[in-house]
Design a protein around this ligand. Sequence first.
Ligand SMILES: *[C@@H]1O[C@H](CO)[C@@H](O)[C@H](O)[C@H]1NC(C)=O
Ligand SMILES: *[C@@H]1O[C@H](CO)[C@@H](O)[C@H](O)[C@H]1NC(C)=O
Ligand SMILES: *[C@@H]1O[C@H](CO)[C@@H](O)[C@H](O)[C@H]1NC(C)=O
Ligand SMILES: *[C@@H]1O[C@H](CO)[C@@H](O)[C@H](O)[C@H]1NC(C)=O
Ligand SMILES: *[C@@H]1O[C@H](CO)[C@@H](O)[C@H](O)[C@H]1NC(C)=O
Ligand SMILES: *[C@@H]1O[C@H](CO)[C@@H](O)[C@H](O)[C@H]1NC(C)=O
Ligand SMILES: *[C@@H]1O[C@H](CO)[C@@H](O)[C@H](O)[C@H]1NC(C)=O
Ligand SMILES: *[C@@H]1O[C@H](CO)[C@@H](O)[C@H](O)[C@H]1NC(C)=O
Ligand SMILES: *[C@@H]1O[C@H](CO)[C@@H](O)[C@H](O)[C@H]1NC(C)=O
Length: 431
Amino acid sequence: MMILKQPSSFPSPLFLFLFLITSSVSSSLSPTAAPTSSPLPPSSSSTLDPKQLRALQSLNIPTSRDPCSPSSLHNVTLCDSSAPFRHLLSLRLANCSDDVALSFTALKSLSTLQSFQFLNCPISPIRFPSDLATSLRFFTCIRSLRKLTGVWLSRLRNLTDLTVSHVSITASGPYVILGNMKSLRSLTISHANLTGFVPKHLNRNLTHVDFSGNKLRGKIPTSITLLENLETLDLSLNWLKGEIPTSIGDLISLQNLSLASNSLSGSIPESFSAIPGLVHIDLGSNQLNGTIPRFISEMRSLKFLNLENNEFHGVIPFNESFIKGLEVFKIQGNNNLCYNHSILSSKLKLGIAPCDKHGLPISPPTAKDDGDDSMADDSGSDYDGNDENDVSHKEANHHHGPNKVVLGVAIGLSSLVFLIVFSILLSKCCR
Ligand SMILES: *[C@@H]1O[C@H](CO)[C@@H](O)[C@H](O)[C@H]1NC(C)=O
Ligand SMILES: *[C@@H]1O[C@H](CO)[C@@H](O)[C@H](O)[C@H]1NC(C)=O
Ligand SMILES: *[C@@H]1O[C@H](CO)[C@@H](O)[C@H](O)[C@H]1NC(C)=O
Ligand SMILES: *[C@@H]1O[C@H](CO)[C@@H](O)[C@H](O)[C@H]1NC(C)=O
Ligand SMILES: *[C@@H]1O[C@H](CO)[C@@H](O)[C@H](O)[C@H]1NC(C)=O
Ligand SMILES: *[C@@H]1O[C@H](CO)[C@@H](O)[C@H](O)[C@H]1NC(C)=O
Ligand SMILES: *[C@@H]1O[C@H](CO)[C@@H](O)[C@H](O)[C@H]1NC(C)=O
Ligand SMILES: *[C@@H]1O[C@H](CO)[C@@H](O)[C@H](O)[C@H]1NC(C)=O
Ligand SMILES: *[C@@H]1O[C@H](CO)[C@@H](O)[C@H](O)[C@H]1NC(C)=O
């Protein structure tokens, strides 16, 4: 009959990571570059293959100027230099209007394309003619082609770069898509609601793997650490569990690692210390535990470190110059973690408690039992949900903080008192 509501002690900043991840979509060919509009002399006759010219027209791409002349059409197209007619090497469809439709005939004449990009073109996908499917090296599809299937993508078997983002993909797993792609070097399948498991067998030449924002389950396969050329690994925002492979340190080329927002457990593997060039480590919002290893503070290239919302404990092994050298540092949301206040100032606003002399977090400053003068000036500033975080430069949710617990208990207690008084009054009047 009486409900005492405890404030939730679970932090909830999952959304933060959307920012970090949507920016990692990359494409490696020039046509995505910024528009350049230099005045062109009108060309009397196009040098482009007439069949391809008609295909472009059918796709609503203006051809009043020669699509093969340099910087024409803001690099929507790129041509080879064959004679008598030139052929398209690259085509980008962006911000399509509703009346654009892909036709098989048009696509058949485009089978010289090595790069095909769709940006914000939610048109219906059709089966690519096999000549086109195998000639493509670069394929990009961002918020385009409505729904794709794994089988549809798997036909693009000669790709070196695949980017599919914010498009839903139906497949029983990534292996359906990737099984035949033997030349892949850069792979992004993000925010695609892709189900299944991270593939055990990936091309050894991959330098970039981004599966962020999907529904991938299971463990991170140990075999992923065989990808010795891997520079970026982003598996964030999935449903992965289990531990980080202890052999993660074999990824000696790794620069960016994000495993954020999964359900990973266990501790940070020792072998991390063997990766020389790590710039970006994001392990936030998992259930990682153990202490934070000191070797992280010796990573010379590190710029971004996010360990927030985990279950780490102990004293953080960082000094002020290390923390200030980072562009982003996030550590809050680890209830058993604390900082040594003779090394770090509370002004850093790390979002965690200072340590007592046993290396345990000092319980939140209650009324005035805080005799420690190094904390006296602004004690509590670490806790009270301040909106601005000096170190992280990022919008952080400070929904989490011991003061809220105090507040919650206070509210609970006063409700309790109220209820008691109320029921006494009630029992008196109704007797
Ligand atoms: C790698 O991390 C850096 C620093 O956080 C970031 O600026 C960069 O965009 C990331 N690169 C890739 C390919 O994700
Ligand atoms: C457009 O393509 C040409 C090659 O035809 C290239 O030299 C130029 O850099 C590209 N422009 C941009 C802005 O990428
Ligand atoms: C697509 O449209 C958006 C705004 O509607 C614009 O910012 C963007 O530059 C366009 N993209 C291309 C590649 O034209
Ligand atoms: C594409 O790959 C197939 C094998 O899958 C190969 O036979 C063919 O020569 C490749 N095509 C091109 C244009 O490289
Ligand atoms: C993925 O699924 C969610 C919910 O099921 C939906 O809101 C979202 O639009 C889907 N994403 C894509 C790219 O289809
Ligand atoms: C990896 O790259 C090397 C050199 O770039 C190439 O010789 C080799 O065939 C590639 N291996 C695979 C599996 O693509
Ligand atoms: C860390 O988590 C693992 C797996 O959940 C568990 O087995 C282990 O006991 C935990 N260690 C500590 C120090 O909490
Ligand atoms: C801070 O720690 C780094 C190692 O992480 C060390 O090289 C540096 O000397 C320390 N700075 C101070 C002022 O103690
Ligand atoms: C905090 O740092 C001081 C000075 O380095 C050291 O003497 C003390 O033991 C540290 N306290 C904890 C709890 O690690």
